[in-house]
Ligand binder design. Structure first.
Ligand code: SF4
Length: 335
């Protein structure tokens, strides 16, 4: 599905495979999406759906046993598929930055937070010690760390979980990236701090016109923080659209199941709840639509032909043969 404006990020037909003793595991199978300037796209799905591997591929950080086997990723018109390690290192931080779920393990416990933020300026911009520290203090103020000048010399363990995540956001924003990838950035935080961090991300994103990919399993977080949402299932995008459209009128039975499984979803939702049945074995997916063993809409065609993602309304795509019926709320009771 192509949109009118030139996107900041264009992912086309991305494929990632893992080598396993049982044979190749196709973790990401032909994923396509776009992210515009100042836009947040959330990617949701159960664990194993391929959402985190997709994010890793965008950063050139797929695990050692995995490899990108197809597709193209373009950022600001530049194809970044197949970059060398050196080129990736330059791109990360400069154009694309990442915020992880657990800042404690992402930060170095033996170095002060000020050193770790300032290092971005020293290493990537070649700035001197005093100027790097000044910039680090400025960033800490921007991300809402009180008493920033004094706290610069504290180590990570002296910060609360929420403040550590603010430090991670400062590091991510240090080099003015154009795209931010946030992988479950608030999962380890309590609800109040979660809301503060989401608000901070939103503010920074609007101020700097950043594109953001928010990886989450929490439909409430997605409802509060994202403009559009891509729902992943078994390594593919089941559907994509604005948050309002997807939540109110799902175009894929998997999304419909997720929405029904979270009773309060229309009031902001909550963590994603598993729906009946198991996701397929990724080394031996079923023929046809990989969702068919769990799908209440499945018919013979679903067991024979894998549905390709297609536009079902302006700005919306679904990989379901019967998306129009799902949107219309027509349940065939075919099973
Ligand atoms: Fe269900 Fe068939 Fe649509 Fe797959 S293609 S989600 S099995 S109705």
């Amino acid at each position: 599905m192509t949109r009118d404006v030139t996107p900041l990020l264009d992912v086309a037909d991305l494929a990632v495979e893992f080598d396993t003793p049982k044979g190749p595991l196709r973790a990401v199978r032909g994923v396509s999406f776009q992210v515009g300037e100042g836009e947040t796209l959330a990617i949701v799905g159960e664990s194993g759906s391929g959402k985190s591997v997709t994010a890793q591929a965008l950063l050139g950080l797929v695990p050692p046993r995995a490899r990108v086997t197809g597709g193209h990723v373009t950022i600001e018109g530049r194809d970044i598929t197949g970059l060398s390690d050196r080129e990736w290192q330059k791109l990360r931080g400069e154009r694309i930055a990442m915020i992880f779920q657990d800042p404690l393990s992402a930060l170095n416990p033996s170095l002060t937070v000020g050193y770790q933020i300032a290092e971005m300026f020293r290493r990537h911009r070649g700035l001197g010690r005093a100027e790097s520290r000044r910039r680090a203090t400025e960033l800490m103020v921007q991300v809402g760390i009180p008493d920033a000048a004094r706290r610069l010399d504290d180590h990570p363990h002296r910060f609360s979980g929420g403040m550590r995540q603010r430090v991670m956001i400062a590091i991510a924003l240090a080099l003015d990236p154009r795209l931010l990838i946030a992988d479950e950035p608030t999962t380890a935080l309590d609800v109040t701090v979660q809301a503060q961090i989401l608000r901070l991300l939103r503010q920074r994103q609007r101020a700097d016109r950043l594109g953001m990919i928010l990886i989450s399993h929490d439909l409430g977080v997605v409802a509060r923080a994202a403009d559009r949402v891509a729902v992943m299932y078994a390594g593919r995008i089941a559907e994509v659209g604005t948050v309002a459209e997807v939540y109110e009128h799902p175009a894929h039975p998997y999304t419909l199941g997720l929405m029904r499984a979270v009773p309060a979803v229309r009031d902001g939702g909550g963590p994603l709840v598993a729906i009946d049945g198991q996701p397929p074995d990724p080394t031996a997916p079923p023929a046809g639509c990989s969702f068919h063993p769990r799908c209440l809409f499945a018919r013979d065609r679903c067991r024979e032909a894998e549905p390709e993602p297609r536009e079902v309304a302006p700005g919306r795509a679904s990989a379901c043969h019967f998306a129009e019926e799902v949107i219309a709320g027509v349940h065939t009771g075919a099973r």
